[in-house]
Ligand binder design. Structure first.
Ligand SMILES: [Zn+2]
Ligand SMILES: [Zn+2]
Ligand SMILES: [Zn+2]
Ligand SMILES: [Zn+2]
Length: 208
């Protein structure tokens, strides 16, 4: 699987490398306010080419963060999920903890969605600050660009076969998708998520 690691800053619309984005955001975030916010960087544990920077209210609960992750990257059919923070597990019934109580700057933690065909994420609290946030309590600061994955014929892949993906294959352009031996019902759209091609995942609320 190829793909650049570049992404877009949602505040200024400029493009930066994954490595340069954290530094850029420090300079790009300017407005201040009275709400304590956490800046969190999120990436696919096994697919680090998918990454996000978000700001979330420190008063938000783990369940809010879980819902955001489902909305942007994960939700296919209501699988269970959990966070692991400091070796403690927080599954559905424990997700009413406020982030303030369980997170600190510099801390790394993990999220898993679906205990069968899992998608695992690594999260890191980059910093905290006093700022403003909309009613949703979370905003996207930056996101990777859709990785360019090519079909065997050289065109951009639009589809992925849920069978062949396990061998690292099955990335298909529109034409090759029609002739794919596993059948069109096995195909899912190529979307900008570490859950691409898994279970019934066909994209999140926030698009690509
Ligand atoms: Zn910017
Ligand atoms: Zn599913
Ligand atoms: Zn296939
Ligand atoms: Zn093709």
């Amino acid at each position: 699987m190829g793909g650049k690691m570049k992404g877009k800053c949602f505040l200024c619309n400029k493009t930066f490398s994954k490595a340069g984005m954290t530094k850029h955001l420090k300079a790009c975030i300017k407005e201040s306010g009275e709400t304590k916010l956490f800046h969190i960087m999120i990436e696919g544990l096994h697919d680090p080419e998918y990454w996000l920077h978000i700001e979330i209210s420190a008063d938000a609960i783990l369940g809010d963060l879980d819902q955001f992750l489902r909305d942007i990257w994960l939700e296919c059919c209501g699988h269970l999920s959990k966070f692991t923070i400091n070796r403690e597990s927080y599954s559905e019934e424990d997700m009413n903890f406020q982030l303030n109580r369980v997170l600190k700057p510099g801390m790394e933690f993990y999220h898993i969605y679906d205990f069968g065909s899992s998608t695992e994420l690594r999260l890191r609290v980059v910093s905290e600050r006093e700022g403003k946030i909309g009613e949703e309590g979370v905003r996207i600061l930056a996101r990777n660009e859709l990785p360019l994955i090519t079909c065997g014929c050289g065109k951009n892949a639009k589809w992925v076969c849920t069978e062949c993906i396990y061998e690292g294959e099955g990335w298909l352009c529109d034409e090759c998708a029609k002739e794919h031996e596993c059948g069109e019902e096995m195909l899912l759209p190529v979307v900008n998520s570490p859950r691409v091609g898994v279970c019934g995942y066909n994209g999140g609320k926030y698009g690509n």
